[in-house]
Design a protein. Structure first.
Length: 133
């Protein structure tokens, strides 16, 4: 399908991935899903992966467990939908999908803003990066 081709092209072009708890959760999940659908996962491992959760906990001693809490700590504007415990249980499947999409968009926006706030730390820790932003 066209979307599969697009995803493969994006993976091949990407040289840096930034995640929240990605070392433990996202990478293993994405790798498994790619293998299930016959997609080569090697681009995931060829790229630099920066897990902001690991970075702030190991380098700064910040022990907040949620992206929402860490954004608040660093005074990064964050959508309240990411606040732990705000996920609603709804029987409507379409509404659940809509809410999940909104949460994913909010997570991407929060990661982008947090990355920009921490860019000096990221560049110091990963000094071999030519540029991040």
């Amino acid at each position: 399908a066209a979307s599969d081709v697009y995803k493969r092209q994006v993976l091949r072009r990407s040289h840096i991935y930034i995640s929240w708890e990605g070392e433990v959760k996202s990478m293993s999940f994405l790798t498994a899903k790619m293998l299930v659908y016959g997609i080569d996962p090697s681009p995931l491992f060829a790229a630099r992966h920066i897990d902001l959760y690991s970075l702030v906990s190991s380098r700064l001693g910040v022990s907040a467990s949620s992206l929402y809490e860490v954004c608040r700590f660093f005074r990064v504007p964050v959508n309240p939908i990411l606040k732990p415990g705000t996920t609603r249980r709804t029987p409507n499947a379409q509404q659940r999908v809509t809410e999940a999409k909104a949460k994913c968009r909010a997570e991407v926006a929060a990661l982008d803003k947090l990355t920009r706030r921490l860019v000096r730390l990221i560049m110091a820790v990963y000094s071999d990066l030519p540029t991040l932003l």
